[in-house]
Design a protein around this ligand. Structure first.
Ligand code: FAD
Length: 311
């Protein structure tokens, strides 16, 4: 058993592990894929103090930093079930897909999230080559260009407002017959000069020249006609899904969006169970924020362990 077991090996998990290991606690990390979403990222320009890095490089740096300490990294391990301790100070149990069980007095859950994909031809081929998911991250790469935002909920409309200030032109594409975002956001978007809004439009394909995105094709759902738009970027904003399905039966409190509910100390409703990063209800999903909350979770686990007698 560990004193602290971290489930998830992205920026949040790596940060939490370094903090608990530095407190002298035996620490383990079980991760489906060490590095997390960072592995799928190309240029990173908002990890403060590092003006430019790339996902694989940052992921290797996370691994190296974790490797400086006596941390047991169990990569390619998927957690399937959490069995919380029956009393404070007791052992929590995490059941893995391979049938094994890991136990620890304190847990830090950092299983992250995944962007919902459109599932149309071209999307995967041009990922990081014009297909983007994060306007805070990649918006400035499209300065002066024409981009589409797919999705007319709050995140899509916010992304379109954000991008319209940076890029040349934004086409917002919504599948439904109307935008679903808050009215203030819709009003703000409609007031912007360099924005077109298409509703009842189903994106059917992301087009490219073999190297980068060059346009997209959509179907007008009222007329069934196909149309093409020339553009250089497509931001897909149809939802960020937390990787918390495995926690549903555990008694851990999840929000209506499936996010782990945490407080300012990264504590959950279960004593000794903490959580950090994109899997939680922390506002704004970013590397630097995940690492910050991971550090908070690590320090809170320390606080818990020094105050709670083993059961
Ligand atoms: P994740 O990185 O999602 O890591 C989750 C970890 O948990 C992984 O190791 C995963 O394998 C593991 N896991 C999941 N389920 C299980 C399970 N059941 N059992 C065991 N392990 C599990 N942010 C920025 O700040 N700047 C950027 O430029 C930027 N660009 C991005 C570009 C792309 C294409 C994407 C997808 C994201 C980008 N982000 C960027 C967002 C950033 O990557 C995330 O905010 C950050 O990685 C979240 O860290 P995390 O540790 O919470 O989760």
């Amino acid at each position: 058993p560990f004193e602290v077991l971290i489930v998830g090996g992205g920026p949040a998990g790596a940060s939490a592990a370094v903090y608990t290991a530095r407190k002298g606690f035996s620490t383990g990390i079980a991760a489906e894929r060490f590095g997390g979403q960072v592995l799928d990222t190309m240029g990173i320009e908002n990890f403060i103090s590092v003006p430019y890095t790339e996902g694989p490089k940052l992921s290797a740096a996370l691994e190296q930093h974790v490797g400086e300490y006596d941390i047991d990294v169990m990569n390619l391990q998927t957690a399937e079930r959490l069995i919380p301790a029956s009393q404070p100070g007791g052992m929590h149990e995490v059941v893995l897909a391979n049938g094994a069980s890991l136990k620890a007095r304190s847990l830090i859950l950092t299983t992250g999230a995944r962007w919902r994909n459109l599932g149309v031809p071209g999307e995967m081929d041009y990922r990081n080559k014009g297909v983007a998911y994060c306007p805070h991250c990649d918006g400035p790469l499209f300065k002066g260009k024409h981009v589409a935002v797919i999705g007319g909920g709050n995140s899509g409309v916010e992304a379109a407002i954000d991008l319209a200030n940076i890029v040349g032109h934004v086409t917002l594409i919504e599948f439904d017959s109307k935008l679903r975002a808050d009215q203030v956001l819709v009003d703000k978007l409609r007031s912007m000069k360099n924005v077109d809004i298409l509703t009842s439009a189903a994106t059917t394909e992301i087009l490219g020249d073999g190297e980068r995105v060059s346009g997209l094709e959509y179907k007008n759902r009222e007329t069934n006609e196909l149309h093409k738009v020339e553009l250089q970027g497509v931001f897909i904003q149809i939802g960020l899904v937390p990787n918390t399905e495995w926690l549903k039966e555990s008694g851990l409190e999840l929000s209506k969006h499936g996010e782990i509910v945490t407080d300012a100390r990264a504590a959950t409703n279960l004593p000794g169970v903490f959580a950090a990063g994109d899997a939680t209800n922390v506002p704004y999903k970013q590397i630097i924020i995940s690492m910050g909350q991971g550090a908070t979770a690590g320090l809170s686990a320390f606080d818990y362990l020094i105050r709670t007698e083993p059961a």
